[in-house]
Design a protein around this ligand. Structure first.
Ligand SMILES: Cc1ncc(COP(=O)(O)O)c(C=O)c1O
Length: 370
């Protein structure tokens, strides 16, 4: 429906397509909810850590009051963990909130934002939401072409989004290459380095982006509790940047954008290194299993450093939707990525061993029938 309200650039927004909820698929296909496998939204298959559940239960008695707007305890825990002053931290209602806040804080209508083809869908939405121009550079091997992104920076560019690892492709840029890029971005252009999946990186791929924040006043590192920490439904993420950027984000954010339960759960989850290690190990094991099966089935996939894999399920542009439908009918929800311009591919979140097995069995049947 065409609306008569609001600016053109808001009317032109194509709404975000979320993973289908289990209840919706159960209704639509007449399936038992308990038997549905959801591998569509890069959630942690272990669910919430028990430590966070306990913290939340304790915090529940405080819900008659507003949350701590400044999130003293959580900021103190994050500041200690990352060795930065609390004044360098912004909390968000999910890291999605951080990405939007950064665009609003840094960019005026008519200016431009640089991001890569096949990078996280919210970058396009955030750009559109502030009425900025999109400068989208072609991907190379499904990942960011950092040289092309540097070259794309125009006089009116005020922000660059980089996802590492990237969603939906899982591609990864090594630390040295990434820092060399950040060093070359002009100081008046903010770099939002979105590290939603950083906790899944293998030890030999880790790098210290927080050390870069100390060196580059135009760098903002965005993280989330939604993935490896298992708190997606609570909606909590955070940014670390020097005060020049952080002050701006804090002026724009809603005073109570992170609720009491989320703050309490995040403090507990942050200290739960055993849960984090278990999640990363489970993910690595699932990745090996899925990719071995893709090779056996002769399916192309993009090597991933996240908790998901992009797999090519056919060579015609109807393939993604067709195989997706055949999977849905069997109660397996994955993510079609036609909206990213990848209609031959599906993105599958790495699940529990039994979920991965159910997905693979359903995939084989889907490929045979679709
Ligand atoms: C690359 C990337 N950044 C940010 C987000 C936003 O996550 P959240 O708002 O749950 O923190 C996601 C979620 O899928 C993502 O894949």
């Amino acid at each position: 429906m065409t609306s008569q309200f609001g600016p053109n650039y808001v009317r032109a927004i194509a709404p975000y397509v979320a993973g289908k909820p289990i209840s919706e698929v159960a209704r639509q296909f007449g399936l038992d909810e308990a038997r549905i496998v959801k591998l569509a939204s890069n959630e942690n298959p272990l669910g919430m850590p028990e430590s966070a559940q306990r913290a939340m239960a304790q915090a529940a008695s405080e819900l008659g009051r507003y949350p701590d707007s400044n999130a003293f305890e959580l900021k103190a825990a994050l500041a200690a963990r990352y060795d930065v002053p609390p004044e360098w931290i912004t909390l968000g209602n999910g890291s999605n909130d951080i990405l939007e806040l950064a665009a609003h804080a840094c960019v005026e209508r008519g200016q431009s934002i640089v991001y890569s083809q096949y990078s996280f869908a919210v970058y396009a939405l955030a750009t559109q939401g502030v009425g900025a121009r999109h400068l989208v550079t072609p991907a190379v091997r499904h990942g960011h072409d950092l040289d092309a992104m540097l070259a794309a920076i125009a006089d009116d560019t005020r922000l660059v989004f980089v996802a590492n690892p990237n969603n939906p492709t899982g591609t990864f840029i090594d630390g040295a290459t990434l820092e060399a890029f950040i060093a070359k971005v002009p100081g008046h252009v903010a770099v939002v380095l979105d590290e939603a999946y950083t906790e899944y990186l293998a030890a030999d791929k880790r790098y210290d982006s927080i050390a870069w924040v100390r060196r580059y006043p135009n760098l903002l590192v965005s993280r989330t509790f939604s993935k490896a920490y298992g708190l997606a439904g609570l909606r909590i993420g955070f940014a670390i940047a020097q005060p020049g950027l952080t002050d701006l984000l804090n002026r724009l954010r809603q005073p109570f954008n992170v609720n009491t339960l989320a703050q309490a759960a995040a403090v507990a989850a942050l200290g739960d290194t055993a849960f984090l290690e278990k999640s990363a190990a489970l993910n690595a094991e699932g990745y090996r299993l899925l990719t071995a099966a893709f090779e056996r089935l002769n399916l192309e996939y993009v090597p991933s450093d996240g908790n998901f894999v992009l797999v090519r399920v056919g060579h015609d542009d109807g393939a993604g939707d067709r195989v997706n439908l055949a999977l849905l009918k069997q109660g397996v929800i994955v993510r079609p990525v036609g909206n990213y311009g990848l209609p031959q591919w599906l993105r599958v979140t790495i699940g529990l061993p039994e979920e991965n097995a159910a997905f693979l069995a359903a995939l084989e049947r889907a490929l045979a029938s679709a």
